[in-house]
Design a protein around this ligand. Structure first.
Ligand code: DC
Length: 229
């Protein structure tokens, strides 16, 4: 078996991908690559530059010099940099989440991000999460998972997350926002959110994060053990 392998985890917003991916990476002692953070960093660059991000031509100059780089701290947490500045906190702001949909649908943006993701993801074994990892970025990944949960369940999780940060949010509005993001992610022609044919479906509805992590780690360990013998 190749010493370098990828675990692709795709799924809709708030399906628990990033928490699960981080936990799986920690359990296996490999890197976690958060591709959403790369799209977010690019959106931040566009907003800060006052770019005309409604049009692909307006975005083009920033693609050539996006300045995005990543590294990982001792706990394996990914940090994202824009021209050397750590923007890991800033990219989580709501103004990014709510404006980036059309930019993520631009083929030129996806091509650039996918190239970067392939390069970084091939440097060593890793868990990668996103929307198109098992279908486009690493179609030959040794492991592929697709996480799903109802929009209400996901909205409830998002609400809890926000409450923990001291922000109140209306559940019905969160459901609507998530369904709108799902629609955008599924309907774009470049890199749409889609389950790869050979991905395992994991319904996280009734599972705790710990159970989600364990379910994936069990599959990976079993296969790696079988390959070793
Ligand atoms: O996973 P996230 O919420 O951090 O993703 C942020 C945005 O990036 C979201 O609008 C979907 C988009 N995205 C994408 O289009 N392709 C990926 N591989 C990862 C994220």
């Amino acid at each position: 078996m190749s010493p370098v392998y990828q675990i692709a985890i795709d799924g809709p917003a708030a399906s628990g991908k990033s928490t699960t991916a981080r936990g799986v990476a920690q359990a296996l002692g490999i890197r976690y690559l958060d591709t959403g953070a790369m799209y977010r960093a690019f959106m931040l660059r566009l907003l800060e530059a006052g770019a005309d991000y409604g049009r692909e031509e307006g975005v083009a100059p920033w693609l050539e010099q996006h300045g995005i780089s990543l590294d990982w701290d001792e706990e394996g947490t990914q940090r994202v940099y824009l021209s050397g500045e750590d923007v890991s906190g800033k990219i989580r702001e709501n103004r990014i989440s709510t404006t980036m949909g059309p930019v993520c649908a631009m083929p030129s943006v996806r091509e650039t991000m996918v190239r970067l993701q392939r390069r970084i993801g091939s440097e060593g074994s890793c868990v990668i999460d996103g929307r198109d990892i098992g279908t486009v970025v690493f179609p030959d990944a040794l492991f592929k998972f697709f996480l799903v949960a109802s929009s209400r369940e996901r909205a409830r999780r998002r609400q809890l997350e926000l409450e923990e940060r001291g922000q109140a949010a209306d559940l019905e509005q969160l459901v609507r926002e998530l369904e709108e993001r799902d629609r955008r992610d599924r309907e774009r022609s470049a890199g749409p959110l889609r389950q790869a044919e050979d991905a395992r479906l994991l319904d996280t509805g009734g599972l705790t994060i710990r159970q989600q992590i364990q379910a994936i780690v069990d599959v990976v360990r079993e296969r790696l053990r079988a390959e070793e013998t």
